[in-house]
Design a protein around this ligand. Structure first.
Ligand code: C2E
Ligand code: MG
Ligand code: MG
Ligand code: MG
Length: 277
């Protein structure tokens, strides 16, 4: 349909855009009460030691159980929460819950390193270090069992604040990982300047690394770059044995992906820990 068809028709594109805007606005409003109403929960995806084949840690991944819409994945609400600053409260909740869970596993006799995604908006916030320290203290979780995952795009802004934050975190034993490495503004400059412990090779390089020679060379180069800078390297989104074999050959340290496990609930992680570790 187009305007040429007459005054009673509307442009379908505008209509979709309006629908989308309304949907976003609704979600933004509903996010406000979602925390209080305990509609968020965490799943955990194992990280696996490539050489040993055992779980070396888990990544906490948030989900929103919306009363009408069902389970909403983070891709549909994290950016809304960032735009509205609600990510500050949500992110603090995720951090606190993750630390509590890490402590439960520790008390059960399993030292599981927990990775938590921290968004650019949180990182830019003055209190990010205090928030993380508080979460650790409140849960009585030792800092060495916590890792924070930050995307490259978050690092480009506000550099002195970020150097301070990473250094303070490191002093607590907390490790810093660069998430989705290679897809945004990969810069050797920040790798040189910032205290970073882990590089996570983005899934998009892993997907075709077995068949595409360029992707394989990128994987090889990132592993060597990380190792040469004293960092550990994790591959994301590993879905088959051939990819894993290649990553092993290339000397990658850890992997995550559906090959080993999708993100699962904390009790399911406990089961995996006792059976596969
Ligand atoms: P991410 O941190 O890069 O997490 C990896 C994403 O890839 C997760 O999606 C995970 O479920 C998915 N994944 C893992 N292995 C595979 C695989 O083998 N195949 C495929 N197709 N996918 C795989 P998820 O849970 O939907 O999260 C998406 C993104 O949302 C995350 O990407 C992260 O950037 C963000 N996110 C999730 N939880 C949080 C959170 O608590 N705070 C913030 N700020 N961001 C979060
Ligand atoms: Mg992540
Ligand atoms: Mg990632
Ligand atoms: Mg990602």
């Amino acid at each position: 349909r187009s305007k040429a068809q007459g005054k009673n028709t509307y442009h379908w594109f505008d209509h979709e855009l309006i629908q989308e805007t309304i949907r976003k606005y609704q979600l933004e409003q509903e996010l406000m009460s979602a925390l209080e109403q305990e509609q968020f929960y965490l799943l955990y995806q194992p990280k696996v030691d490539v050489k040993k084949g055992v779980i070396s840690g888990v990544e906490a991944l948030v989900r929103w159980k919306h009363p009408d819409l069902g389970v909403i994945p983070p891709i549909d609400f994290i950016s809304i929460a960032e735009e509205s600053q609600q990510i500050i409260a949500l992110g603090a909740w995720v951090m606190q819950q993750s630390c509590y869970q890490g402590k439960r596993w520790l008390d059960a006799g399993q030292e599981v390193a927990i990775s938590v995604n921290v968004s650019a908006v949180q990182l830019a916030h003055d209190d990010v270090y205090e928030m993380i320290k508080r979460a650790l203290t409140e849960a009585a979780l030792p800092g060495y069992l916590l890792q924070v995952e930050i995307t490259e795009s978050a690092i480009m802004e506000n550099s002195n604040h970020i150097i301070d934050t990473f250094s303070q975190l490191r002093a607590l034993g907390v490790k810093v990982a660069i998430d989705d490495f290679g897809v945004a503004y990969s810069s050797l400059n920040y790798l040189r300047r910032l205290p970073i412990d882990i590089l996570k090779i983005d899934k998009s390089f892993v997907d075709d690394c077995v068949t595409n020679q360029k992707d394989r060379m990128i994987v090889r180069t990132v592993v060597q770059l990380g190792h040469n800078l004293g960092m550990s390297v994790t591959a994301e989104g590993v879905e088959d044995e051939a990819q894993l074999a290649l990553l092993k050959t290339e000397g990658c340290d850890e992997y995550q992906g559906y090959l080993f496990s999708k993100p699962v609930s904390a009790p399911e992680i406990s089961e995996l820990l006792f059976s596969k570790r």
